[in-house]
Design a protein around this ligand. Structure first.
Ligand SMILES: Nc1nc2c(ncn2[C@@H]2O[C@H](COP(=O)(O)OP(=O)(O)OP(=O)(O)O)[C@@H](O)[C@H]2O)c(=O)[nH]1
Ligand SMILES: [Mg+2]
Length: 362
């Protein structure tokens, strides 16, 4: 009757089968104790407002979770943090893979903490879910910043859609700001739509480039140039200095062809080396001028208000889409309808209408 005494738990096996040594009662106690110490939302909020990094990290984990209970708790924490957020400068950094974004952030971040700033480094990289490449890369590229107690580095959230990943980063900004981080750096890969997402959550957008062989403007998407508040030509060291200066002139000329920005700001071009740190203070100089100008002409505050609205609508779009595609009936129907559309049995529009009607009547 020994069997009866055993509580039903995944940690207990059938009679006669001894659990592996790794399940020591000591370890079980530790796990259970840890579970009990999962902080409440109130504890998390209090911790974040005191600048406690472990409370901040735990809250971000809740934001990133797909569990409905976690999300409810995350929303409670975010709402309480909102009045304490907003006192920051948010900077987006983009550029093609290998341009030196992470190395630049390491150098720039160290420079900023040297000025007494508290720097949070976040990333929007939907591909990291698949490759995990950037996360591993960043850990080695940001060796110094990782150790800096005035810096907090959080790799990109993972998710199936860019919208999901971006929303999580947007909320993470709020949490970091409430925890006292006054400068938020957001790295994003220079491919796909992620720049647009990051552009809509930052005050200042910085495009990193490397000097090429005279064809600087080729292969650069017009949209990204238009979003940039500064173009910084990185790797301006060693043999590259001359080429970098030429590139600067060329970008400067190109930028002047764009219509004036709503912010009243004329985008700047400069060169820097994330390795020698030359040109790094000048980047901050530019950002400071931008902030001063746009706070004076109110653009800074107006843009943030617009961004808040944008994120509300984005979240609705995202949720609707996720719910639609995850709905069991729609999932089933979608497969057969796709085939019917392929075989010209039904028009794509009529098919879409059919599925949407089914979903909204459910
Ligand atoms: N010479 C020189 N090399 C640099 C500079 N900045 C970065 N690098 C090198 O360029 C390579 C790529 O740098 P990363 O910082 O990983 O580039 P990234 O843009 O973050 O790359 P992804 O995260 O893969 O998109 C590394 O080998 C760096 O050491 C620089 O200013 N000068
Ligand atoms: Mg990187």
């Amino acid at each position: 009757m020994e069997n009866k005494k055993i509580k039903h738990s995944a940690l207990h096996e059938k009679v006669g089968i001894s659990p592996p040594e790794i399940i020591s009662s000591n370890a079980v106690n530790q796990v259970q104790k840890f579970r009990k110490t999962q902080p409440s939302s109130q504890e998390l909020i209090a911790g974040i407002l005191l600048g406690n990094i472990s409370a901040l990290s735990r809250a971000i984990t809740l934001v990133e979770s797909t569990n409905a209970n976690h999300l409810a708790k995350a929303n409670e924490v975010i709402n309480a943090c909102l009045p304490h957020a907003n006192k920051s400068v948010r900077i987006g950094i983009t550029g093609v893979p290998g341009v030196g974004k992470s190395t630049f952030i390491e150098a720039f971040g160290k420079y900023l903490t040297g000025l007494g700033k508290k720097v949070a480094v976040l990333a929007v990289d939907p591909s990291s879910t698949i490759s995990h490449g950037s996360i591993l890369g960043d850990k080695t590229r940001m060796e110094e910043l990782v150790k800096d107690e005035n810096a907090y580095i959080r790799p990109s959230a993972s998710g199936e859609t860019l919208g999901g990943v971006a929303r999580k980063t947007r909320e993470t900004i709020t949490l970091c700001e409430a925890a006292g981080f006054d400068t938020i750096l957001i790295e994003t890969v220079g491919v796909g739509q992620s720049e647009t997402a990051v552009h809509s959550m930052v005050d200042f957008f910085l495009l990193l480039k490397i000097p090429g062989a005279g064809d600087e403007l080729q292969g650069i998407k017009r949209g990204i140039m238009e979003m940039a508040d500064a173009i910084v030509i990185n790797k301006a060291d060693g043999d590259n200095v001359k080429k970098a200066n030429l590139a600067k002139v060329e970008f400067n000329r190109a930028l002047h062809l764009f219509p004036a920005k709503k912010s009243g700001w004329t985008p700047t071009t400069s060169t820097c080396s994330a390795i020698t740190h030359e040109g790094i203070p000048e980047v901050w100089g530019s950002i400071k001028k931008f902030i001063k100008l746009t706070k004076e002409n109110n653009y800074f505050f107006e843009k943030r208000k617009e961004q808040n609205q944008y994120w509300m609508l984005e979240t609705i779009n995202e949720q609707l889409k996720t719910n639609f595609y995850n709905h069991p009936e729609i999932k089933k129907l979608l497969e057969s309808t796709k085939k019917a559309v392929q075989n010209d049995e039904i028009s794509p529009f009529a098919a879409a209408q059919l599925l949407l009607e089914k979903y909204f009547k459910k």
